[in-house]
Design a protein around this ligand. Structure first.
Ligand code: GLN
Length: 486
């Protein structure tokens, strides 16, 4: 059961091969046995999951099941949930229980999904390896010496290990696509504004976006159809109809124009990753697509611009954690300033503090024009690069990450960690959608192909990824960890 995709599970539930209760019980059993080693969950909601599964079984028996009824998934621990704590991977929120559900949580619940719990993540989604979590690092099921990627590393590892068929992540600079690549699963970051951010703990509000992580593009299409849509509670959420994202999956790719950004194949790209990506592109050619080189000339400025804008927004967003209103409060403060200082010093980890310091500096009087304003101007140029490229081609393809998953502890220097996001970050600055799709291996560690489209072309991206998955079986490979522990 733990091997199947959401679409396959839905068919099995329909055919009465097993109930949602049995499926949920089986997966909870796996989490119980295997997650001690992986650490992909922060909170597992055993009783609630079974109760939800029972309700879903009743809905099905009454003939009222939708495409996701009774299907298990997990939520990154950045989505607020009523009744279940939401930590954002931080000591600051270790005991935080939200009074409401995030819109995404509410929509997935309405669709009948069964949440098994909340997955591990880098603290406040800051990181590329899931080593910045207060709850400890997550291991990559393909190789327990490797990181799963971050910041949605728990979501990616849980799916790869067969603990859950799908999970929800968030992507501010690559946090869905890079862990999907590292763990050999499929992940989609939607267009900025496609999915509501209400109830998603904010890191960098102009970049954050929630999206699905699953085994296949088809499953991502099922989930996005349920997650997307206008929400009056998020003023940046776009009022635009939500298509059924599964409808275009079978469109043939003949005539598809693919662009390969020259800047995504340069220095620093691991040769095994490059080979896997170039082989994947040949598959698209055999499906009738044409390929040409394009240029995104400002790519080089994406990381510096992001590491001004994201920390600036983070420093503002994280000022609410002051020991008064939310989360951790220090013991016996002598006065208000002592309360603020010690609560924040104790509650936040090192990387979060580093970003608050950078962001506070770049927003301060005298530096704002030199840093923040300049970075916003660069952002505009980066966006224009993509718009120009999409005048020529339908989609862009390249690696999701310059290397396969690296060893735990290998990137201790923050700058070398920041460089991990070289191919993903510009996408968030431009607000366009992007996917990572399994496309081979470098040794034992998976490689992800990144596919990018212009704003609101999710249906096309999912179609392109689905056609690739009809022609290849990288997405069907399972790590020995999941097989041995069947
Ligand atoms: N690695 C990037 C960062 O640390 C992106 C993280 C994310 O997308 N949440 O900010």
């Amino acid at each position: 059961m733990h091997d199947k995709t959401l679409a396959e599970l839905a068919r099995s539930l329909d055919a009465g091969e097993f109930s949602s209760h049995e499926l949920t019980q089986h997966l909870l059993g796996r989490i119980d046995r295997l997650d001690g080693e992986l650490n992909s969950f922060i909170t597992v909601t055993f009783d609630q999951a079974l109760a939800t599964a029972d309700a879903a079984d009743k809905t099905r028996a009454a003939g009222k099941a939708g495409p996701l009824t009774g299907l298990p998934l997990a939520l990154k621990d950045i989505f607020c949930t009523r009744d279940v704590r939401t930590t954002a991977g931080s000591r600051m929120l270790d005991n935080f229980v939200s009074p409401y559900d995030a819109t995404v949580v509410e929509k997935l619940a309405t669709a009948g999904t069964v949440s098994l719990g909340k997955t591990n993540m880098d603290e406040f989604a800051m990181g590329s390896s899931n080593e910045n979590s207060h709850y400890g690092p997550v291991k990559n099921p393909w190789d327990l010496a490797a990181v799963p990627g971050g910041s949605s590393g728990g979501s990616a590892a849980a799916v790869a290990a067969g603990l859950v068929p799908a999970a929800i992540g968030t992507d501010t600079g690559g946090s869905i696509r890079q862990p999907a690549a590292f763990c050999g699963i499929t992940g989609l970051k939607p267009t900025y504004g496609r999915v509501s951010r209400y109830g998603m703990i904010a890191y960098a509000s102009s970049l954050d976006q929630a999206g699905p992580m699953a085994r296949t593009a088809e499953d991502c299409a099922l989930l996005l159809s349920a997650m997307a849509g206008h929400d009056l509670r998020d003023s940046t959420c776009v009022a635009r109809g939500v298509p059924d994202y599964t409808e275009e999956l079978d469109t043939p790719l003949a005539g598809l124009k693919i662009g390969l950004p020259r800047e995504y194949f340069g220095d620093g790209l691991d040769p095994q990753v490059e080979t896997a990506v170039r082989d994947a592109i040949k598959v698209f050619e055999s499906l009738g697509a044409s390929v040409r080189e394009v240029s995104l000339p400002h790519t080089h400025y994406a990381i510096p611009a992001y590491y001004v804008i994201a920390p600036a927004e983070a420093s503002s967003n994280l000022s609410r954690f002051d020991g008064v209103r939310f989360g951790h409060r220090c013991d016996a403060p002598v006065d208000l300033i002592d309360l603020y200082k010690r609560s924040r010093a104790e509650g936040f980890g090192d990387e979060v503090k580093r970003r608050i310091l950078i962001g506070t500096h770049t927003l301060s009087e005298g530096f704002f024009d030199a840093y923040y304003k300049k970075a916003q101007q660069v952002r505009r140029l980066i966006r224009q690069d993509f718009l120009d490229a999409f005048e020529e081609v339908d989609v862009l393809m390249g690696p999701a990450s310059p290397t396969p998953a690296f060893d735990l502890g290998a990137n201790k220097d923050p700058v070398s960690m920041y460089l991990q996001d070289i191919y993903t970050i510009a996408v968030n600055l431009a607000g366009i959608p992007g996917m990572s799709v399994p496309a081979g291996f470098a040794g034992r560690r998976p490689v992800g192909l990144q596919i990018l489209g212009s704003h609101f072309t999710e249906a096309r991206l999912l179609n392109v990824a689905h056609q690739f998955q009809q022609a290849t079986d990288w997405h069907r490979q399972r790590p020995a960890f999941a097989e041995e522990n069947a």
